[in-house]
Design a binder for this molecule. Structure first.
Ligand SMILES: Nc1ncnc2c1ncn2[C@@H]1O[C@H](COP(=O)(O)OP(=O)(O)OP(=O)(O)O)[C@@H](O)[C@H]1O
Ligand SMILES: [Mg+2]
Length: 207
């Protein structure tokens, strides 16, 4: 792969991905580094349009395979249009969700075939795999408490049992790829979580 550094954040809904991505972005930018932050699904004009469909709570009966393809389509566009060019320029790309979300949610959560999802992911990212993936691990009950008061989107309406399967799926993925996927206890104070993330990221930073 290219000159840049690619870091993704993963974890169940409410685990603190967006919070920690922002803290990391600020920290890296304060050091004068070029940072490109993206969110999934979305992060490019076409992919944001696909995001609207995926998160629309009024859509009932989206077929799980169709859903997986939509995620794949949004990801392929994001990689081609934003992530790959930024890495070529030597930027640090930080992603709020990436390919592991597909396996955790569509695979472990919904029970779709993991071979199919792996193939879909490979097609979508064409070799652009994160150097480091930070898995923010939190219990679904805690995640629900944190998000209380916000209107649940289509996926958040799935309930705690679904989130539990997703959490276990993420942990299984981290066992399968321990070099890339690092688990951080997300139940700690945000500053403490950030500190642990900085420790992990520092290993990958060029001086
Ligand atoms: N370590 C923490 N301790 C307590 N509350 C936190 C912590 N980190 C984030 N929060 C709060 O929990 C809520 C969810 O955090 P955040 O939006 O960062 O999670 P997320 O993983 O991005 O969620 P989603 O998957 O829904 O996008 C926010 O209100 C945030 O302020
Ligand atoms: Mg978020």
């Amino acid at each position: 792969m290219s000159k840049g550094l690619f870091i993704s954040f993963e974890g169940i809904d409410g685990s603190g991905k967006t919070t920690q991505l922002e803290l990391l972005r600020q920290r890296l930018e304060a050091e004068g580094r070029s940072v490109v932050a993206v969110r999934e699904p979305g992060g490019s004009p076409v992919a944001e349009r696909i995001r609207e469909v995926l998160l629309d709570a009024s859509i009932d009966g989206l077929n799980p395979v169709a859903e997986a393809f939509l995620y794949g389509a949004a990801r392929a566009q994001l990689v081609a249009e934003v992530i790959s060019p930024a890495l070529d320029k030597g930027s640090i790309v930080i992603a709020d969700r990436y390919l592991d979300s597909t396996l955790a949610y569509q695979g472990y959560g919904r029970g779709l075939d993991k071979g199919f999802l792996n193939q879909l992911n490979q097609m979508a990212v064409s070799g652009t795999i994160p150097h480091l993936t930070i898995l923010l691990d939190l219990s679904p009950a805690e995640g629900a408490v944190r998000r209380r008061g916000t209107v649940p989107d289509r996926l958040e309406q799935e309930g705690l049992a679904f989130q539990e399967r997703v959490r276990r799926g993420y942990l299984a993925l981290s066992c399968q790829q321990p070099e890339r996927i690092k688990v951080v206890n997300a139940a700690q104070l945000p500053e403490k979580v950030h500190e642990e993330i900085i420790y992990l990221v520092t290993t990958y930073l060029k001086p």
